[in-house]
Design a protein around this ligand. Structure first.
Ligand code: NIG
Ligand code: FE
Length: 419
C-alpha cells in the first residue's frame, strides 16, 4: 500500500514551477508560482498533487488507505532547499585563522604561508574514512535542520590520489546513511600541496593523469571543479584540468574570480561549465559571457561576508540575464556555516536580491547547477517529495525575519526528516 502524506492548508505554497528544462534567468527569477491557501499531497516518495485546498480534498477522496496529515496552516511551504556548492567533507577546523583575519591577515596570504586549505589538508589526510564521515555528519545534520534536502560536496582537502578518493568515498557513505542526497564533485585542483610547491605543473599532471581517471572510473564524482585564482591555479592550468575532466565524463564547474579578476568567468563560458562560483571580481565581459553561455552563477554571499569582502554583483548579473543560484560554500576556512536561510538573508541584505529571486536561486536554479532539475527544486507533480514548511505567513517574511531558523518541518523523499 502507498504511503500518503497530506500537507494541508499552507498560507502559501511556493511551487517555483516551470523551469525544469532551463534555469530561470534574469527577470524570470522573480516568478515563483504562489498558491495561496494551498495543499500538497505526497504518495510514497513523489509529489502527486499540488493546488488549492478545495481541490486537494477531492483528490484525497480518490485515494485509498491511511493518510498522515500535516497541518501547514500559518506556514509557507517551499521546495526542499538545494545547496549546490559545499566542501562538506573535511576534518578539523580553523578558528585560529579566523582570528588572524580579524587582525588584518589576508585569507590568500594564510594559504600562501602553508595554512588555509593546506591546514585542512593536513587534518583531512590524518583522518580515517570513519572519522571523516563522523565529523561531516554533524554538518550534514545541520544543513538538513536548516531546510537543505540535496547538497553538492567537493573533495579537495586530500590532494593525493588516495586522500582525494577517501574524501569522495566519505561523501558516498554519507549519501548512503543519511536522508539528504549528496552530489559529488572532484576538486583535486583546490590547492597545490606543499610537496609540489616548486613544481605545480607536476601536480596538475597528477590531477589530470591519475586523479581524474580514478575518480571517474570508480563513479565517485559527477563534476570536476578547480580553484582558478592568482597563486593557486592559472587560467591555462584550469582549462587543461576541466577539459581532462570532460573527457572522463565529469562536468565542469569553476571557482572563478573570487579574489582577483583573472578571467575565470570567461573561462567558465569557454569550457561550457555548468556553473561558475564566487565571481566577486567578475568583469562586465565575464558576466556577459556567462549570460551568453547559459552558465549558472553560483553566488556565495556568506563567504563574502565571512571574508569581509564586497559581495558579487548580483543585480548586474540579473540585468544581463544571468541565472543565479545561491549556496553556503560550507567549508572550514571561508564559510563555516550550514545555514542556507542565512545565505538567503545575506543575498537580500548584501546583494539586494529580492525575496522571490533568492527562493528561485536556492531551489530550481540550484538544482540546475547540480544537474538535478528534472527531479528536485520545484513543487510539481512527479517530482521528488522534498518539501520545507517554514514558520512564516508569507515568503517575504523568510528574509525579513532574518538570522533565525524558521524551519518547522522537512520532508525528504516523502518521509518526515525534521519535525
Ligand atoms: O570556496 N576558494 C576556495 N575554496 C573554498 C575555501 C576553502 C577553504 O578555505 O578551506 C571556497 O571559499
Ligand atoms: Fe568553494
Amino acid at each position: 500500500m502507498k504511503t500518503v502524506i497530506y500537507v494541508k492548508s499552507a498560507e502559501q505554497v511556493l511551487t517555483v514551477k516551470g523551469a525544469s528544462l532551463a534555469p530561470k534567468k534574469g527577470k524570470e527569477m522573480s516568478e515563483l508560482g504562489i498558491i495561496e491557501h494551498g495543499s500538497v499531497i505526497i504518495e510514497d516518495d513523489r509529489i502527486s498533487f499540488v493546488g488549492p485546498d478545495l481541490e486537494a480534498t477531492q483528490y484525497l477522496d480518490s485515494l485509498e488507505g491511511p493518510v498522515t496529515t500535516i497541518d501547514a496552516s500559518g506556514k509557507v511551504v517551499t521546495p526542499g532547499l538545494v545547496d549546490p556548492h559545499t566542501h562538506l567533507v573535511f576534518a578539523g577546523s580553523r578558528e585560529k585563522e579566523f582570528e588572524m583575519r580579524l587582525q588584518g591577515v589576508k585569507y590568500i596570504d594564510i594559504l600562501k604561508q602553508g595554512g588555509g586549505i593546506l591546514s585542512s589538508t593536513r587534518s583531512t589526510r590524518e583522518a580515517t574514512l570513519e572519522e571523516l564521515v563522523e565529523q561531516s555528519l554533524v554538518r550534514l545534520n545541520r544543513l538538513l535542520e536548516h531546510g537543505v534536502t540535496t547538497v553538492e560536496a567537493k573533495s579537495g582537502y586530500g590532494l593525493t590520489t588516495e586522500d582525494e578518493l577517501k574524501q569522495l568515498e566519505a561523501a558516498r557513505k554519507l549519501n548512503d546513511i543519511h536522508p539528504v542526497d549528496i552530489v559529488s564533485t572532484f576538486m583535486g585542483a583546490h590547492a597545490v600541496p606543499a610537496e609540489y610547491k616548486e613544481q605545480p605543473d607536476q601536480y596538475v599532471k597528477l590531477v589530470i593523469e591519475e586523479m581524474i581517471p580514478r575518480a571517474a572510473t570508480q563513479g565517485l564524482a559527477e563534476f570536476c571543479d578547480v580553484f582558478c585564482e592568482e597563486g593557486v591555479f592559472t587560467v591555462e592550468q584550469s582549462e587543461r584540468i576541466l577539459e581532462a575532466g570532460k573527457k572522463h565524463g565529469l562536468k565542469p564547474k569553476i571557482h572563478a574570480d573570487e579574489i582577483v579578476q583573472l578571467g575565470g568567468a570567461e573561462l567558465a563560458a569557454k569550457v561550457g561549465a555548468v556553473s561558475a562560483e564566487h565571481l566577486l571580481q567578475a568583469s562586465d565581459e565575464g558576466i556577459r559571457a556567462l549570460a551568453q553561455s547559459g552558465t549558472i552563477a553560483v553566488l556565495l554571499p556568506a563567504t563574502a561576508f565571512f571574508l569581509m569582502e564586497k559581495p558579487a554583483r548580483a543585480r548586474k548579473m540579473i540585468e544581463e540575464g544571468v541565472a543565479i543560484a545561491l549556496s553556503t560554500d560550507c567549508n572550514p576556512g571561508s564559510s563555516p556555516t550550514q545555514s542556507m536561510p542565512f545565505v538567503m538573508n545575506a543575498a537580500c541584505l548584501t546583494m539586494k536580491m529580492t525575496p522571490a529571486e533568492v527562493l528561485t536561486a536556492a531551489t530550481i536554479n540550484a538544482a540546475h547547477a547540480i544537474g538535478r532539475a528534472d527531479q528536485i527544486g520545484s513543487i510539481e507533480v512527479g517530482k521528488k517529495a522534498d518539501l520545507v514548511l517554514f514558520e512564516a505567513s508569507n515568503y517575504q517574511k523568510l528574509q525579513y525575519n532574518f538570522a533565525v531558523n524558521l524551519v518547522d518541518t522537512v520532508i525528504k523523499n516523502g518521509k518526515i526528516a525534521v519535525q
